[in-house]
Design a protein around this ligand. Structure first.
Ligand code: ADP
Ligand code: MG
Length: 704
């Protein structure tokens, strides 16, 4: 029996968490820090030295040699620069130092991070600023033990260069407006309302040796070629299937790493596609959830290496097989425990809930384009609006019970009852009867109400969840504000709130859809309803800079116009760069690996034809001949498509202007990539497997 892992003891062991702070900080300092963490009060800089000192001692006791400001630039991954704790040697000796200044502020050379024009390279100053609401943690890996300090990343002029700063701003906005709503209903105790988020993370695992034989996986994270194996996911035997030893041992390791870092990893299972899995933590405050999701992604990748595997976080590593997303479960909770999204057993009587619901419906309808944009990333183009779930059209699933309440309100002006779930009868005497939920699930909706939270299912598996939550918080803050502005002035509150709910629901219920979101009928129906259907990232980006968006974000101090414009610019750039890499990888693979392999095969076929004919002139060589003709035709098609892709890529690379360039890649390069892939995938089915220069889909997803 191996050593017993004591989960309760190990959990959070590497985190400078509340217990450690209480233990190690003087009471007055601890209290001041808590005030910032819990009440959002401004950080008192005079306590920084004391906190830094305690943090350093704690880190060094745990073997740390370095510290780093850990931040989330617009690259989508985290960034860090390590400094050791040593002071300048004196008499050949060093002491360990870490000052309050070093804790609070860092100054990485920011010029190499995307800024979308916010900073010229000659104005390279960027600052990382300690975010004490997300606890520092120790990372143990080959590099040693490093104290990681979560930070915001801003330019010299205070513009946000990262994903965390706007998120923190949006939390402030929704807190302020949600409190106004609570006050209207007589709640005088709640001091803070914060978003809670639980992101479910999907990922694929493949064998590392096979991964290394595929340049597309190495350079782009997805396969750019690949024919479907005889078996796909049609048997649905992988979903929730028994977890195999190799994967189980990996998950075990991932969990242990995450638990030590205070990430509440909770649920794990096999997903729909072969080789696809999911990990879900318990929900937390959104800032923490965002940071933890970054840690989850990093850990999934790191631990895979140790187990001889590679973890693919890409949204669509394999064509024809389900892709990966990240379900962002979101709710608003007050510090007195009230979940604003809890309908109770009789939602028709829960006016506060109905108001919150109506505000969310309105927010999602008015800003569907922004929400869609927040889930746009290069890989997600293969999911949203392509051949799989969820659709690119934003709609809300409420379920039978709430939809019925809304219908009552809109039709008669009065909601008098709520449907109940009844009892689940299995027909087996020994099984207990269960109380059913009032509503079934709907897996096809991009934004689904699931009992006491909304589940935003569009987010890509490799993407940070910061942007979707920043948008959610802000659009809901706006709807709350508009409601509160009106209701605070009302003479007859009951009447006013009743009318407002009815008005909002009537105006925005077009976004509510309980049917099958994957069907073609829905696409047509949504168009009739006037709902936007934004099919690609490039088409989604303009939503960031509409007058509507600028007004929204400026009003709540989440983004300035310049920040929005710079973000749009960065996204165009990211898109163009990613597609350029994909195209060049395809060109490389087709030219250096695939075409040579096919030529070898045709040569073998030709040799066989001559040899057989020579040996036995009457032998039937029609099979070889047919194969040779078919292969040669596809080879020609491949070469033509390759040349076209080379041309289009060169042209797109020359295009100037972020938007135009992204459009060139989207409009011309992507179709040229698809045109090259088609004949190559057919060739893979013809050519001798021993000659095919890379592992097949079958090798990758069925033989992990
Ligand atoms: P599902 O059936 O969709 O997988 P789960 O109950 O497993 O739903 O929850 C999925 C995620 O939602 C988990 O991360 C969970 O912690 C989170 N979650 C549960 N309740 C809430 C809530 N009130 N607010 C935000 N997230 C929540
Ligand atoms: Mg879920």
């Amino acid at each position: 029996m191996s050593e017993v892992f004591n989960l309760a003891e190990e959990f959070g062991k590497n985190v400078f968490n509340d217990a450690v702070m209480r233990d190690r900080l003087p009471k007055s300092v601890y209290k001041k820090l808590k005030k910032t963490i819990e009440d959002g009060a401004e950080l008192d800089p005079s306590i920084a030295d004391v906190v830094a000192h305690a943090m350093k001692d704690w880190a060094i006791e745990h073997g740390a040699t370095h510290y780093t400001h850990w931040f989330q630039p617009l690259t989508g991954v985290t960034a860090e620069k390590h400094d050791s704790f040593i002071s300048a040697p004196s008499d050949g000796k060093v002491i360990m130092e870490f000052s309050g200044k070093e804790l609070i502020k860092g100054e990485p050379d920011a010029s190499s991070f995307p800024s979308g024009g916010l900073r010229a390279t000659f104005e390279a100053r960027g600052y990382t600023v300690w975010d004490c609401t997300s606890p520092a943690f120790l990372r143990e890996d080959a590099i040693g033990v490093t104290l990681c300090i979560p930070t915001s990343f801003c330019s010299y002029t205070g513009e946000a260069l990262d994903k965390k700063t706007p998120l923190l701003r949006s939390m402030q906005a929704v807190n302020e407006q949600a409190l106004r709503i609570l006050r209207l209903f007589g709640n005088t105790t709640a001091k803070r309302v914060a978003p809670s988020v639980g992101p479910e993370q999907e990922y694929f695992l493949v064998d590392r040796q096979k991964y290394l034989q595929r340049k597309d996986l190495i350079y782009t994270g997805r396969t750019l070629f690949g024919a479907m194996p005889p078996k796909g996911q049609e048997m649905e035997d992988h979903y929730f299937g028994a977890i195999r030893e190799r994967i189980g041992s990996y998950m075990n390791d991932v969990n242990k790493e995450l638990w030590k870092l205070g990430v509440p990893a909770k649920t794990q299972h096999n997903e729909v596609a072969p080789a696809q899995h999911e990990l879900a933590p318990i929900y937390e405050g959104v800032n923490q959830a965002v940071d933890h999701n970054q840690i989850v992604m990093e850990t999934l990748k790191k631990v895979a290496g140790r187990h001889g595997m590679a973890c693919l976080l890409h949204e669509k590593p394999f064509a024809g097989v389900n892709g990966s997303g990240k379900h962002n479960n979101w709710s608003l909770t007050a510090d007195d425990g009230t979940n604003l999204m809890n309908p109770g057993d009789t939602p028709h009587e829960n006016i506060q809930f109905l108001l919150v619901l109506a505000c969310i419906i309105k927010a999602v309808d008015v800003h569907a384009d922004l929400l869609r944009e927040s889930a746009a990333d290069v890989g997600n183009d293969h999911r949203l609006g392509a051949n799989e779930a969820p659709p690119a059209i934003i709609s809300i699933f409420l379920g039978e019970q709430l939809e019925d309440v809304i219908d009552q309100l809109c039709d008669t002006g009065e909601a008098t009852h709520s449907k109940t779930g009844g009892t689940l009868k299995t027909g087996v005497d020994i099984l207990p009867d269960l109380d059913k939920d009032a509503t079934d699930r709907n897996r096809t909706s991009p934004f689904a109400f699931t009992g006491n939270k909304f589940e935003f299912r569009m987010v890509g598996s490799s993407d940070s969840i910061a942007s979707p939550n920043t948008v959610l918080n802000t659009i809901v803050a706006e709807a709350f504000k508009e409601a509160a502005d009106l209701l605070e002035k009302a003479d007859d509150f009951d009447m006013a709130v009743h009318n407002l709910i009815k008005e909002m629901l009537t105006a925005h219920k077009r976004v509510v859809f309980n049917g099958n979101g994957y069907s073609d009928e829905w696409v047509e129906e949504a168009e009739r309803r006037g709902l936007p259907n934004i099919r690609s990232m490039v088409e989604a980006i303009p939503a960031l800079t509409t007058e509507k968006a600028v007004k929204l974000f400026e009003e709540f101090g989440v983004f300035t116009r310049a920040e929005l414009e710079s973000r749009a610019e960065v996204e165009y750039e990211n898109y163009a760069k990613a597609i350029n890499i994909e195209a060049r990888t395809m060109i490389d693979m087709a030219g250096k690996q695939i075409i040579p392999a096919v030529i070898k095969y045709t040569t073998q076929l030709a040799a066989s034809i001559s040899a057989v004919k020579g040996a036995c002139p009457d032998a039937d060589i029609s099979t070889q001949t047919e194969l040779l003709l078919e292969t040669s035709d596809l080879l020609t098609e491949t070469k033509t498509a390759l040349s076209k892709l080379e041309d289009e890529t060169a042209k797109a690379a020359e295009t100037t202007g972020g938007k135009s360039q992204a459009e060139a890649y989207h409009g011309n390069v992507v179709p040229a990539m698809e045109a090259l892939r088609a004949p190559v995938d057919k060739l893979e089915m013809l050519v001798d497997k021993d000659l095919w220069p890379m592992p097949s889909y079958g090798d990758l997803i069925f033989e992990v």
